[in-house]
Ligand binder design. Sequence first.
Ligand code: SAH
Length: 291
Amino acid sequence: MDPPQESAAAGRKRRRRGGVRNRKKLSSQKGLPPAAAPPTPASPPVKRRRKDIASQAAAMPKRGNTSSLLDKMRARLSGGHFRMLNEKLYTCSGEDAFDYFKNDPNLFDVYHTGYQEQMSHWPEQPANVIINWLKSHNASWTVADFGCGNAAVAKNVKNKVFSIDLVSDDPSVIACDMAHTPLEPSSIDVAIFCLSLMGINYPSYLEEANRVLKPSGWLVIAEVRSRLDPNNGGADPEKFSKAIIQLGFSLVSKDVKNKMFILFCFRKKEKSKVAKSIDWPQLKPCLYKRR
Ligand code: SAH
């Protein structure tokens, strides 16, 4: 949120007062020239100068307004940059996204600043729902957070968490394309995808989760509702679940009570078997509108 702006009149008053005080202070400091020389006879009459300054000031934008305008312009620019990066992530492969951010890791901060701003409008944060779910289960379970963002899960639970994302600015986060993680096969009790099935090759992320999950391990997925809304060009959530069942999982629960996201809990079958061909639905990219 923008910091509150002081009123233009209060600002002018404060600057007038502060200005005189500062001038006195500065000119009394050793080595500094006096702040303002008194007008010499050659200067134009004081009255006219005042009038000129007043009319120039009237033509100039007020200082308070200028900074709030700049803030707005900055916010608009970074909002536009965020939307561009977001669209990129939803329309390319994980491999391309990894290369893209590797070339300029600062873009990751731009993305996450915009992402946090968008999420601040959501009534419930899916990451918090998952954190509470983990807290109500077993603290000895090992967790892999695929597309961890700011690693909120790892920071808020007692479990051992492998946080994975495209960029790592924290030594505890593994930077990789999550279709190919360095995790050991059958080593993980819970695999989380919280709004992270972004790439066009998202099934390969779920195949990777299947590889690293232990038998009976949990697969917890929170996805943006609109991506799974067939009435709005989104995928059929039944088709999505069916594809994951064909990967070797059972659907334990599907929570649709949240306004902005759907939460799925799957469990890997004890003796899971991947179907020969899986009909993965295409997930609609989640593109944000200009606010
Ligand atoms: N799970 C976090 C962040 C969600 S934003 C949260 O709920 O707050 C989605 C995250 O997935 C981004 O940080 C993005 O960089 C990451 N991501 C998308 N595709 C990825 C890939 N192929 N490999 C690793 N991380 C990926």
